[in-house]
Design a protein around this ligand. Structure first.
Ligand code: CA
Ligand code: CA
Length: 299
């Protein structure tokens, strides 16, 4: 299987990047990924003044997918996420929902044992590895990896785990897929700016879907379908992710507008991906069972 090494990384997604690898639709590939600090923090007593904070959220790639044209859907199936044996977190004045709680920058290094993060002598947290940054090249100006938007990017969706499928719309020929910012585990919101930041590798299968209409970014898991939206405010992201799901339902299922609205109100769940990036990200989740009942098959 093809592997893209973690040294082949970019700090923004751009249509102007030269691809570092090419694959055909339907092939699988491994992306080795540095953690969001570029693996510069490896111990708690480290001199933090030596850390280059501009080397932030590197994503491995970009990958050129043969046959992808502007407007095509790129289906990314997450076959596996393998992580190393420690995770890193930081607390930084001015960063995150708890930004006024810290008077200095501090880091935490958390070991992994038996597939759990050993948080302290009382608490061990089962890992649920996810990909924080994953996206395609945007249509116009480049977008820094720290920012989530219509192209994907720093969506920090804890549902993008092994077994999940992500749908993105390509803005350029070849798509130019890249990914990084693996979290061993993360809570919805990522409130104190870090997930359990880990080096690792992501194995994916990438397929081009021509003339398929699905909102993007969106994700299927075994049980759920979710539409994702990033905006300046949580309010806007919540409304837009809901609107996106509603339009998808009424355009693809034999369901009335009234029923679709009622259904979202009864069993649709709005959840916060993150509130710490330059745009806020929200997802609207609906059980896949709904789609099964209407004989809708996701490609
Ligand atoms: Ca992130
Ligand atoms: Ca992160």
């Amino acid at each position: 299987m093809k592997i893209i090494k973690r040294e082949s990384c970019i700090l923004e997604m751009s249509k102007d990047h030269e691809p570092v690898e090419k694959i055909k639709s339907g092939e699988s590939i491994v992306f080795e990924c540095l953690n969001c600090y570029g693996n510069q923090i490896i111990k708690e007593d480290q001199d933090m003044s030596e850390v280059d904070w501009t080397f932030n959220n590197p994503s491995t790639g970009p990958l050129y997918i043969e046959g992808v044209e502007e407007g095509d859907i790129v289906k990314v199936e997450i076959l596996d996420i393998r992580v190393e044996d420690q995770g890193v977190m930081t607390s930084r004045p001015g960063a995150g929902a708890l930004k006024d709680k810290w008077d200095k920058l501090e880091c935490s290094v958390i070991p992994i044992e038996n597939n759990k993060a050993v948080f302290n002598d009382k608490i061990s947290i089962p890992l649920n590895p996810m990909v924080g940054v994953i996206g395609l090249a945007p249509k116009n100006e480049s977008i820094k990896n720290s920012t989530p938007d219509y192209h994907g990017g720093n969506m920090d969706c804890k549902r993008i785990t092994k077994g999940a499928t992500l749908y993105l719309k390509s803005n350029v020929e070849g798509g130019l897929l890249s990914m990084g910012d693996i979290h061993g585990v993360m809570g919805d919101g990522e409130v104190s700016i870090s997930g359990l930041e880990m080096n690792g590798e992501v194995e994916v299968k990438v397929t081009v879907l021509k003339e398929y209409r699905i909102p993007t970014p969106s994700v299927t898991t075994e049980d759920l379908f979710m539409t994702i939206y990033s905006a300046e405010t949580l309010d806007e992201a919540a409304v837009k992710s809901t609107d996106s799901m509603f339009e998808f339902l009424v355009n693809n299922l034999d369901i009335s507008r009234k029923e679709a609205g009622n259904l979202l109100s009864l069993i649709g769940n709005l959840r916060i991906n993150q509130i710490v990036d330059p745009l806020m990200t929200v997802r609207m989740e609906l059980p896949r069972e709904v789609f099964d009942k209407y004989n809708y098959k996701f490609l």
